[in-house]
Design a protein around this ligand. Structure first.
Ligand code: 5GP
Length: 115
């Protein structure tokens, strides 16, 4: 199930095209290929070291903070600043890419829905 390198590492390396909306030294963000909301962005640490948000929080809390700050900035730029931040963790929760990433969902979300 986990690939090495992950599909996101291949995007970071420029081997797979993506619609990149943010790119810093440690974090990249691009549009999800199968959007689940009017605005659906993925914020991805460039390191492959962490499979999920729990590992990232334990291993590099400053990098997790940069992911969250990036999510807010992108929601400000691409929507009205309101957003849902989703970290699927484990196959049972729908995680398919085991390279930690945050889903930023924004713009006309269904009220009351969690996904
Ligand atoms: P997960 O299910 O692991 O939380 O989220 C993985 C996300 O990556 C999915 O929403 C899926 O649509 C997205 N995704 C998978 N492959 C690609 C790709 O090659 N390019 C882009 N932009 N998104 C991808």
């Amino acid at each position: 199930m986990s690939e090495s390198p992950s599909v996101f590492s291949r995007i970071i390396a420029g081997e797979i095209p993506a619609d990149v909306v943010y790119d810093s030294e440690r974090v990249i963000a691009f549009k999800d290929i199968a959007p689940q909301a009017p605005v659906h962005l993925l914020v991805v640490p460039k390191t492959e070291e962490y499979a999920n948000v729990g590992e990232l929080a334990a291993g590099d809390p400053e990098l997790l903070a940069e992911v969250v700050e990036t999510a807010q900035r992108l929601a400000d730029e691409h929507a009205d600043g309101d957003f849902r931040l989703v970290f699927n963790t484990g196959p049972g929760a729908g995680q398919t890419v085991f390279h930690v990433h945050a889903h930023v969902l924004a713009g006309g979300l269904t009220e009351g829905s969690l996904v």
